[in-house]
Structures are given as C-alpha cells and as structure tokens.
Design a protein around this ligand. Sequence first.
Ligand SMILES: CN(C)CCSCc1cc(N)cc2c(=O)[nH]c(N)nc12
Ligand SMILES: [Zn+2]
Length: 375
Amino acid sequence: MTEPIRYELIKTCKQSGARLGKLHTPHGTFETPMFMPVGTLATVKTMSPEELKEMGAGVILSNTYHLWLRPGHDIVKEAGGLHKFMNWDQPILTDSGGFQVFSLSDLRQIEEKGVHFRNHLSGEKLFLSPEGAMDIQNALGSDIMMAFDECPPYPAEYDYMKSSVERTSRWAERCLTAHARKDVQGLFGIVQGGEYEELRKQSAQDLVSLDFPGYAIGGLSVGEPKDVMNRVLDFTTPHLPSDKPRYLMGVGSPDSLIDGAIRGIDMFDCVLPTRIARNGTLMTSNGRLVVRNAKYARDFGPLDENCDCKVCRNYSRAYIRHLVKANETYGFRLTTYHNLYFLLNLMKQVRQAIMDDRLLDFKEEFFEQYGFNKP
Ligand SMILES: CN(C)CCSCc1cc(N)cc2c(=O)[nH]c(N)nc12
Ligand SMILES: [Zn+2]
C-alpha cells in the first residue's frame, strides 16, 4: 500500500519554536524545513534530475496552468504521469494554476464557477474551475496538489478580500470533492486573507474544518514589505494544526526562509535563485555577487569561499564571468547549480540549528555575514 502524505514532527527548537520534521509522500520522504526548486514546465531550468538529487533537492515544484497549456496534461498522462515524463522519481508538488491565471493573464472574469481568462501564449479564451484544476493535477499525478484559490493583488480592500476568502474556501471544498486519489495524493488548502488578521483566521479555520493533509499560506510574497509578511505569519500559523505541514508559497530569499522557519513554516518555493542565476547574480555567504562585474575578470577564486558545491570546487569567478558575458549556456548551468545548492544548504544549516536549539543565534550569524543587518 503506497503511503499517503504524512507529516512527522521530529523536534521543536527550544530557542525559536521552529520545527524540524519529515514529510512522507508516495515518492519518498524529505526533511523540513525544505526549499523546493521550481520546475514550472517540467524542468528546473538547465538542471538534470541527477544534479538535483546530487545537490540535495528532496522535492520539486511544477505547475498546473503551464502544463495544461503546454504540452497539455493529457500528453503528460499518456506518458505515465509527470514523474515518468520528466524522469524524476522523488516527490513533486504542483500549484493549482490559480495564481498564474491572476498573474499571467489579462481579461480575467471571476465567478463562483471558476475563472474566465485568456491563454497568455495564444490569446484564446479559457476557463478554469476548481474541478478543472483537480482534473489536471490528477492527470499529472503529483504527490502534493494545491487547491484552486484566488490570490488577490496586494493591497486589496477589506470587503473584496473577505468575499474572496469566502469563495476560496468554497472552492477548496469543491477541490476536496473532485480529488480522485485522496488515499495516496495530498491536497493542501491555501490560506488567504491578505494582511487582515480576522480574514486570515477565518480562512485558516474554514480550511482546517475540512481537514486537509497540509496547508499552504498564499497571498504573500506579492509585493508586501517583509515586516508585513512576518506579521501575517505571526498571526496565521497559530490557527494551523501543528501535526500538518505548512507551505509558504513563493518565498525564497535567504532572510525570508530563515524568518519563515522561525515562524513555523516547513516548506518554501521560489523562482528567485534560478531566475537571478540566469542573469549572473549569485547568492553567497557574504551577500549577493554580480559576476559580470569587471572586478571579477581576474578573480580566480570560487564564487563563494564558504560553499562546497561542485561549481565552487571546480570553477573560478573569472571563468563563470566569461561564460555569462559570452551568454554561454554552461555559464547559466553553473550559476543555477550554485544558487540552488546555496539555498538547499542554507535549509540544511537551519535544520541543524533547530536540532541544536539555536536557530535565533544562527539567524544573527547568517544575517551579519550576509549583510542583512547593514543599514
Ligand atoms: C513557481 N512558483 C512561482 C509557483 C508556485 S507558488 C505560486 C504562488 C506564489 C505566491 N506568492 C502566492 C500564491 C498564492 O496565493 N496562491 C497560489 N496558488 N500560488 C501562489
Ligand atoms: Zn557553490
């Protein structure tokens, strides 16, 4: 019998309250807190599955909206599902498409049934409902699915946000009903409510009453200041059950990962590391490094002297600068590998700090060295 989604709480950090856990899925177990590399179109751009495993990626993300449009979820299903299609035999999480409909497409018309919008590639009119989002995710066969939600723009008026939260809760129930393999695949409800404490509480309580295997916190990392995000987390996570995983959507800068873990978040995803890698910006233990900068032309040291990834062990800043300036694909493979490794390794250090009951001390040390404390 394939094991369904199960969260195992291993330990709570005595200093910060952060959680160390394991998430068991039909395609394997990963430790939390965990960063999830994003593979929107069934590939983590320029990375092979072997390299993702080598760097410690436990779970990757893909996307309902994008795969529905291209190549079509029917093709992925005929291929044997997303794991087979992309040759990734570890856990996969798929977003529901709600966010992309609101962020990528114009001509949106939201109604109780679902959302009318235009295909951002062809312009054709399309319609996506909670049931449709579940059909697509069932065809993809991901281990962790997301309910179909509305992520309103930031900031949003209280009255609009209230009606949006209530509709997202009704949509979540419809997703549960339409879920074809509840025994095996996990479906996470997505908490909305913007920066309004009572709406976040209402959204969380609505979803918890439906008893999802896990909960995502949506509607953040949408342009709000970091102190607003942290405040929303402070008054939202207490309404989520401690025996279920919590996924903060779209969050991936090093400081936000640490601050999120301190506030009880277990899973994170963000396109940031792969996106900035493709323009030659690197995350290092001493802050960001723009490798195109002329000062690195004769710098034969590693991208980050504190990183033990295969890029930092075998290549110099001068070489990577040369490749990036020449727009050589291999250069973007090297920058992507290092940035993903940097965040995965950061989460490994966060897990160790939780084990050692010292995550707040680790935060201070990391922020100081990275330069987050600089005015
Ligand atoms: C690859 N990622 C960019 C896509 C996965 S995370 C997308 C995503 C990001 C953010 N910030 C908020 C939300 C949200 O409120 N709802 C949904 N469904 N997805 C969201
Ligand atoms: Zn490195």
